[in-house]
Write a protein that binds this ligand. Structure first.
Ligand SMILES: *[C@@H]1O[C@H](CO)[C@@H](O)[C@H](O)[C@H]1NC(C)=O
Ligand SMILES: *[C@@H]1O[C@H](CO)[C@@H](O)[C@H](O)[C@H]1NC(C)=O
Length: 259
């Protein structure tokens, strides 16, 4: 029974099973909170510390991921873990600026049904306004501004303001956090977009100052599900191939017997 066809078939099945197994990943990451507003900077990649105003980069790079928190009566009321890229459009070119947690100040406030988390730095800011609406919480307004360092000495400095208003971004039910490992890109003006990376965000009802149960974004869900579906389809095709093969063999051997 150990002919090459059998070996090849077993190998295919094994490969399909491996493929299905590897596509199911678990990702639970509830980072605990330390003192201070900007905590646990994971990987800062921008050591340039000379100029104050943001200098736009021609190429995109991974921004530093950091956790920003806001407190009310010594309790965390907003928490956001993310990396931020500002994308500026200028003469059909796109230029990039990564938010640097080391030079970012956190300001804002929380009330019972509204919270404003503002990430400010010299030459710009990004501001989330959270709203609590019955059993739901979401970001209703996202505002950003970038005033990059002029591209030449005597150039006038430019300003790129942008806003998304009356939205229901990153919606969750009460006490849950919105999580998205995939990139989220939002257009705030015709010349300004924001990219949020490896984001987990929550306004209101943070139990014990940590993120609540995660709500997965659609992009992450499809990323997780598509390999499983593809794996199942591949497995199905292989199964059919085996059946056809077995049936053909049977028929052929019957044919021989009849002879
Ligand atoms: C960045 O600037 C601060 C003061 O503004 C200084 O203390 C620090 O050493 C600088 N870091 C680098 C890498 O130059
Ligand atoms: C970018 O666009 C906004 C309006 O969408 C405008 O107010 C602003 O001046 C523009 N900035 C530059 C530098 O062109």
């Amino acid at each position: 029974m150990t002919n090459p066809q059998h070996i090849a078939m077993s190998f295919l099945i094994f490969a399909a099973l491996l493929f299905m197994g590897s596509s199911v990943s678990s990702e639970v990451d509830n980072s605990l909170l330390t003192e201070g507003f900007v905590s646990h900077v994971e990987d800062a990649e921008d050591p340039s510390n000379m100029t104050k105003k943001p200098s736009l980069q021609p190429k995109e790079s991974k921004p530093a991921i950091a956790t920003y928190t806001l407190k009310r009566l010594s309790q965390v009321c907003v928490m956001a873990k993310l990396g931020v890229v500002f994308l500026v459009k200028e003469n059909k070119k796109t230029l990039y600026y990564n938010l640097d947690p080391k030079s970012t100040r956190v300001t804002g406030y929380c009330t019972n049904d509204k919270a404003v988390l503002s990430l400010e730095f010299d030459g710009g800011m990004l501001e989330f306004t959270f709203k609590k609406d019955g059993d739901q919480a979401y970001v209703i307004t996202l505002r950003a501004k970038l005033e990059p360092e002029p591209s030449c000495k005597n150039c006038k400095s430019k300003s790129y303001p942008g806003i998304l208003d009356h939205e229901k971004l990153f919606k969750t039910s009460k006490g849950k956090s919105f999580k998205c490992n995939s990139k989220t890109q939002l257009i705030l003006a015709e010349n300004l977009s924001i990219k949020l990376i490896e984001m987990q965000i929550q306004g209101f009802d943070l139990d014990k100052d940590t993120f609540g149960k995660e709500v997965e974004c659609w992009a992450d869900y499809t990323k997780r599900i598509i390999p499983i579906v593809v794996g199942a389809v591949v497995a199905g095709i292989i199964l059919i191939a085996i059946l056809v093969y077995v049936l053909m063999r049977e028929r052929r051997s019957q044919g021989y017997e009849q002879l």
